[in-house]
Design a protein around this ligand. Sequence first.
Ligand SMILES: Nc1ncnc2c1ncn2[C@@H]1O[C@H](COP(=O)(O)OP(=O)(O)OP(=O)(O)O)[C@@H](O)[C@H]1O
Ligand SMILES: [Mg+2]
Length: 390
Amino acid sequence: MDEKEIKVLLIEDNPGDVRLIEDMLSDGANYRFELECAGKLLDGLVLLDRNDYDLVLLDLGLPDSQGLETFFSVYARAAHLPIVALTGIGDETLAVKAVQHGAQDYLVKGHVDSSSLQRALRYAIERKSAEQTLKEYRKKMARAELLASLGTLSATLAHELNQSLTVIGLSIENSLDELLEVSSPEPAMDYLRNSLSEVENAVAIVERFCSFSRKSSGTVFDQVSLQSVGERVVGLLNKSARHQKVIINLKELDKLPSIYVNQNDVEQLFFSLIQNATQASDGKKRSEINISGKVKDDNVELMFADTCGGIEKEKLEKIFEPFFTTKPSGQGTGLGLCIVQQLIAKYGGNIRAESKYGSGTTFYVTLPIHFNAERKGVGSESLKTEYIYS
Ligand SMILES: Nc1ncnc2c1ncn2[C@@H]1O[C@H](COP(=O)(O)OP(=O)(O)OP(=O)(O)O)[C@@H](O)[C@H]1O
Ligand SMILES: [Mg+2]
């Protein structure tokens, strides 16, 4: 942090204390402190919304807020920043409580000098940054553990279920064939057709879980044309898309170079992204999914841009999480995008989503043109996902 400028927001109503702190921070040896002041809590909150700071120095007794409430109001607005509480002699119990609730440190007015104040602020910043790193690491670990246990669970469950579902499906098909020989089989056939379609649904769900246990099964790599993958998947989904009044357009994918991938992976990627957009459409208004691409350095960037209604801001941040779904229970596993993300990670690629609620969503997928399966070590990549809400 040497030579760095440290931006401090001081929320303090006593002009004498403000001056004192200004003085104490004015001669930083290796650091330059830039101080902005607010005399009231509300003014401080406005500044926090407007500007970026490295730290908040907060007097707990202000004209418009007293005690722990003052701390909570600032913490609610700026939990990402280190907050150092300022307190008078005799109010230390209160300051300790603020620390217990997330403040980085507290200082007793009149009991600090320039060097101890500067040191306290720098340490608060360092501690907060270490805390954030640890938090992110824990989050990553939790997700990795969830995915690992999901993989084991899925493998067992999917295997068991798939077998019996296949048997049920075949029995129904046979019964339908037999019934065709009977004179008026329609009602019974309807029941069986419904059952068959439910079984197909269940098989599709099991397939999703299978994908987790098959994370590295895609070991057959080939030069794959994105245009033909697009055509195949659109062929499969066109009927349900039309039903939802959605038109799917492949925009000059034939101009893109073929990429070296496992074909199933890319088909699954196209399938999930197109199916999600189709399912997001309300079925009343006409909408479109435009799939285009361009070459960027050694990568192909694919764009799946839909006008199917968009995603709310709070939900956009969760769409890649396993089991996050907005579909009614039984209709979505919430694994589609999580699997897509894993597939892309395998190639060292990237996926990000931009969305405008009420309008549409665009997924940007980057995949290398010349993937080197041996060098990369399939499955070893970690993935950065970005969300942009406009
Ligand atoms: N193009 C899109 N437009 C609007 N919402 C989307 C779009 N793509 C994804 N979503 C949202 O992201 C959620 C998660 O998608 P994901 O594919 O992971 O699971 P799912 O579609 O709900 O379930 P499944 O894939 O098993 O059918 C969806 O439920 C939906 O709310
Ligand atoms: Mg989906």
